[in-house]
Design a protein around this ligand. Structure first.
Ligand code: FAD
Length: 324
């Protein structure tokens, strides 16, 4: 495609947010460079369960709009096996009807109320939803390869001051996730620690998740997400904890909660345990600052879910700046 636009785009960050924005802008003819401290496989994005679900993402109305856009894009990806994206039937457990605020981001024919006999004991309410699941190792590699194919540049560097990238001819897009705490610096951003267990594959395991936290400190979740080569078992949502070493007690409690919601799980054999920091914020920061900086971070537990919607909103801001 002809490069029609003359502003240079510098994206900071190579997780799902940075790569998605990068691809969208390259496809629209912009010249794009990603500058990142870490490769995609070392980011929070590589630690995610990566199922379409707007968990801990705000503001809700925007999150719904952005999630809807991503849903449709991910659905298209299902036609291409190299993306690692498939549609799965997820049983979402909720506490009360009003909690399903995300319902209308899902096409009508892909959602229905779960029947009582489809729900685990002690969980009387839930929905059956067909949603995209991105197998992170495959999907991140797909995004990375696509970005390279479209002639995007990548350089490894830690940016300590966003203004070091300033130039008359640049647009800077900040996709640094939890890194924005120091880079911006943004005091509103906080880590929500998530621990997941990758277990060896078992047959006939349902995809099921709670859409609420529980436990003594209200910081536990339960989800069972079968992938092609393993089962992802989660999880936790511990605010302001940053210890990236897996916690054995948490692992035990994850296995216990997962067996409770999916009794078909038999003896669980662990492949590995991953810990990541969701970038928590009262609202996603997607806005322009000054003449040529655009922020796109703070996607909480739904960075994949809103990724294509947010990239679309970033593109609008880039087009606006480019016209000035
Ligand atoms: C256990 C767990 C389960 C999850 N499950 C889901 C799920 O099922 N569905 C879903 O949608 N979301 C899920 N999430 C949330 C999702 O992973 C995040 O919202 C998403 O990964 C955020 O992506 P990002 O690209 O904004 O940030 P990151 O993936 O953190 O990427 C940030 C990038 O910025 C770079 N960077 C940071 N600071 C600097 C700097 N100063 N200079 C240069 N580069 C810098 C980093 O190196 C990295 O490349 C989960 C998260 C966790 C931890």
């Amino acid at each position: 495609m002809m490069k029609e636009k003359n502003k240079q785009i510098k994206i900071i960050g190579c997780g799902v947010s940075g790569l998605t924005v990068g691809i969208m802008l390259l496809e629209k003819g912009y010249n794009v460079e990603i500058i990142t401290e870490k490769n995609p496989s070392e980011t929070t994005s590589a630690k995610a369960a990566a199922i379409w679900f707007p968990y801990e993402v705000n503001p809700k109305e925007k999150a719904k709009e952005w999630s809807k856009i991503s849903y449709n894009k991910f659905k298209e990806f299902c036609n291409d096996k190299t993306t690692g994206v498939t549609m799965v039937s997820l049983t979402t457990l909720i506490k009360k009807e009003e909690d399903a605020w995300w319902k209308d981001a899902i096409p009508e024919n892909e959602i229905r109320k779960a029947r009582l006999e489809e729900l685990p004991k002690k969980y009387p309410l839930g929905y059956k939803i067909n949603v995209p699941l991105a197998e992170t190792p495959i999907y991140l590699k797909y995004l990375f390869n696509k970005f390279n194919e479209l002639k995007g540049l990548i350089s490894i560097n830690r940016i300590t001051n966003i203004n070091q990238l300033q130039s008359e001819n640049n647009i800077i897009i900040n996709c640094t996730g939890i890194g924005s705490r120091e880079l911006v610096p943004d005091k509103e951003l906080y880590p929500i620690l998530g621990q997941i267990v990758k277990a060896y594959k078992q047959e006939n395991i349902n995809c099921i998740a709670t859409d609420f936290t529980f436990g003594k400190n209200n910081d536990k979740l339960a989800y069972v997400i079968p992938r092609k080569d393993c089962i992802i078992l989660g999880g936790t949502a511990i605010k302001n904890k940053e210890e990236l070493t897996p916690d054995n007690e948490l692992t035990k409690s994850i296995l216990f909660s997962c067996k409770e919601i999916e009794p078909n799980l038999s003896e669980i054999k662990i492949k590995s345990v991953l810990v990541g920091l969701r970038p928590g914020r009262s609202e996603i920061r997607l806005e322009r600052e000054g003449k040529n900086i655009i922020h796109n971070y703070g996607h909480g537990g739904g960075g994949y879910t809103v990724s294509w919607g947010c990239a679309t909103a970033v593109l609008e801001l880039v087009n606006q700046i480019n016209k000035e």
